[in-house]
Design a protein around this ligand. Sequence first.
Ligand code: C2E
Ligand code: MG
Ligand code: MG
Ligand code: MG
Length: 279
Amino acid sequence: RAKADGRGTYRFFETGMDARAQARRLLERDLRLALEHDEFEVYYQPIRDVAGGQVVAFEALARWNHSLRGLIAPNNFIPVAEETGLIVPLGEIVLRKACADAAGWPEAVAVAVNLSPVQFKNPNLVSSVKAALQASGLSPDRLELEITESVLLQNSEATLAVLHELRGFGVRISLDDFGTGYSSLSYLRSFPFDKIKIDRSFVTDLATREDSMAIVRAVTGLGKSLGIVTTAEGVETDTQFDLLRQEGCTQAQGYLFSPPRPAADVAKMLRRAPERSVA
Ligand code: C2E
Ligand code: MG
Ligand code: MG
Ligand code: MG
């Protein structure tokens, strides 16, 4: 009886593994087809200057326009794209589209592109960034590359060399999701980041949690002392925005202003005055 149960459990476990592995294989196959069929789109979310209220940049965010499943958000495909290495061609598509789109915008605001740690293992990263700038004619100082601390965890000497090379031709480097990894402060000494993006988790309870408020205050203060721009992510309410302004946070991004929208909506997002009067 016990033996039978054991076998049953084992068989079930094996079947479960198979199902997961198969789902992953299917997703990988679908991702390859999607790359061939150009099913990836770039959406843009505005980032506003806190003091002046004007849009200063857009973050480029990948969307998969699946023929059957509709629009798919990055959390559903970036992890498998990273595991399979498909993030390299996908990242290059996003980079090229973002640079080309930004070069055509009616105002010379910046475009921020997310880079995966896996892309830093690709020896062609620097040349593909250069190629995207050259093909689009976008001025390098309008391109911001967003990396997370996890990029610096892996082979950090090689990574730092790549970051310095990118910086060397005028591209700016932002530290994304700040406060969610480890030893954040030492990373700020290892590379002169241009921008710190304060993770949404701290902004969400800014008005309700003293500790979140204290952390945001500390990070904006750190940014000021180090001469680094601070951008708050996930700003959804007027109250959060007022607190960020009070603390001297430089920029804000979030649904309060706009969710990410298709490239065709960028001009509209630039024209539209902030929903609230800023200063
Ligand atoms: P991220 O780089 O931290 O991007 C910000 C995410 O927060 C976006 O989610 C954005 O839609 C969301 N967001 C912005 N404002 C608000 C808000 O007020 N409230 C809430 N609840 N969410 C807000 P999205 O587009 O789903 O992207 C998720 C993550 O996927 C990104 O986080 C980034 O890590 C990754 N990602 C997206 N596109 C790319 C890409 O092209 N390459 C790579 N490597 N990663 C990407
Ligand atoms: Mg980002
Ligand atoms: Mg982020
Ligand atoms: Mg994030």
